[in-house]
Design a binder for this molecule. Structure first.
Ligand code: XLS
Ligand code: CA
Ligand code: CA
Length: 449
């Protein structure tokens, strides 16, 4: 690590390596709950949480919003002679940041890492120049790639979609881009590859053949999978649901919709869900609802860790700070068996007016602490056993006798009706759900931090 910094320009010179100092620390640049080596249950915190920094928000976004100019001038592009040198400096800054923060992973889009060229071949060359640099930096720092992806939404050619574009030519260009992004992901040892269908949806049904577009999307995904597997990629493919924005309706609306789509097209063996908290909210769901839904289908994969602003109807991508939400999320994740290829990717951006150089660190520290606290609380729920025990007991009438027979499909509908007729109404079903009792217990865990 010392070698890595030797002789290099530092982009965050005033920031030391972030350390764990515990809940009583008043050092803003220290972890209060995230203690990477601490064991929680059977694994270390860092292995449970697998934190990743998102290249796009942290090193490309500059505070621009639809109403105003950039507010985050990036020092790493200021002294660059051209866009390739700027991309190199940005990468150095990114690895310095990730290393000082102590996150183990990062995620990127092709166009975050390298600028587009004048032809697909030139774009590929540019990307691979940067991929070679990233490979060296990964080796020097120990930082790993959680997943790669292709940006199929920024360029005007994708205004009518990428894999769902009514023009075949655009779909083919999307394939060329995804092929290169998959190659880059493989070269960097990525544990996964994500598809977020930014413009895979529609603005109006008056100009859209919905069935054809979904069929094309499925064919595109299957072909991309086959290519990656042929190249030896063993990682997971993720679909990231989002209901809208930038389109009015996206085909990967929410987790349940994506599960139906994957199963309908036979893609559920290779594809998993990458669930984003803010997108869950836009779909009208709790974050933990989306996680539980994916886990129930055996398709849970990875997480884009952020939060929305409940009073806004758009994708604010804020850093997580609500440990009630992260506790319930980690409870779902632990019960799903935890992460294998996936992790917690901070798909989040600092606010437009967060203009101090330290703000990017503070945002990530807060996000990591919030998830570490969530993990500890989730583990407490499981170890203490009251809540899972209650749920188990709630369904216990399906464990023996006729209930057990029903659960394995051994009773006909007439059998069921006969059992109902024989039992009569009585007080059947008048049983407390105990929600308030359970909420009070959860609060005890939360406050006992
Ligand atoms: C945008 C998405 C995007 C994906 C990756 O809303 O969250 O950033 O995570 O393309
Ligand atoms: Ca995301
Ligand atoms: Ca988002």
């Amino acid at each position: 690590m010392a070698d890595y910094y030797a002789g290099k320009k530092e982009y965050f010179p005033k920031i030391p390596k972030i350390q764990y100092e515990g809940p009583k620390s008043d050092n803003p640049l220290a972890f209060k709950y995230y203690d990477p080596e601490k064991k929680v249950g059977k694994k270390k915190m860092k292995d449970h949480l697998r934190f990743a920094v998102a290249y796009w928000h942290s090193f490309c976004a500059d505070g621009t919003d639809p109403f105003g100019a950039a507010t985050h001038p990036h020092p790493w592009i200021a002294d660059a002679k051209d866009s390739m040198e700027a991309a190199e400096h940005k990468m150095d800054a990114a690895f310095e940041f990730i290393t000082k923060l102590g996150a183990d992973f990062y995620c990127f889009h092709d166009r975050d890492m390298a600028p587009e060229g004048d032809s697909p071949a030139e774009s590929e060359k540019k990307l691979f120049t940067l991929v070679a640099r990233a490979k060296k930096l990964q080796k020097a720092t120990g930082v790993k790639l959680l997943w790669g992806t292709a940006n199929l939404f920024t360029h005007p050619r994708f205004m009518n979609g990428a894999a769902t574009n009514p023009e075949f030519g655009v779909l083919a260009l999307a394939a060329s881009q995804v092929k290169t992004a998959i190659d880059a992901t493989i070269e960097l040892g990525g544990a996964g590859y994500t598809f977020w269908g930014g413009r895979e949806g529609y603005m109006s049904l008056l100009n859209t053949d919905l069935k054809r577009e979904k069929d094309h999307l499925a064919k595109f995904l299957a072909a991309a999978r086959d290519y990656a597997r042929k190249q030896g990629f063993k990682g997971a493919f993720y679909i990231e649901p989002k209901p809208m924005e930038p389109t009015k309706h996206q085909y990967d609306y929410d987790t349940e919709t994506v599960i139906g789509f994957l199963r309908h097209y036979g893609l559920d063996k290779d594809f998993r869900l990458n669930i984003e908290a803010n997108h869950a909210e836009l779909a009208g769901h709790d974050f933990c609802h989306e996680l539980e839904t994916a886990a129930a289908a055996g398709l849970f994969g990875s997480v884009d860790a952020n939060r929305g602003e409940p009073r806004n109807g758009w994708d604010t991508d804020q850093f997580p700070s609500n440990y009630y939400e992260t506790a319930l999320a980690m409870y779902a994740i632990l019960r799903a068996g935890g992460f294998t290829t996936g992790g917690l990717n901070f798909d989040a951006k600092i606010r437009r007016n967060s203009v101090d150089p330290a703000d990017l660190f503070l945002a990530h520290i807060g996000g990591m602490d919030t998830f570490a606290a969530g993990l500890e609380i989730a583990q407490r729920i499981i170890t203490d056993g009251k809540i899972p025990g209650f749920v188990k007991k709630r369904y216990s009438s399906y464990n023996t006798g006729a209930g057990a027979k029903f659960a394995v499909g051994e009773l006909s509908f007439e059998d069921l009706a006969n059992i109902g007729n024989a039992s009569g109404y009585g007080k059947t079903g008048i049983t407390s759900g105990k929600q308030e009792y359970l909420e009070n217990i959860l609060n005890q865990y939360l406050l006992g931090l």
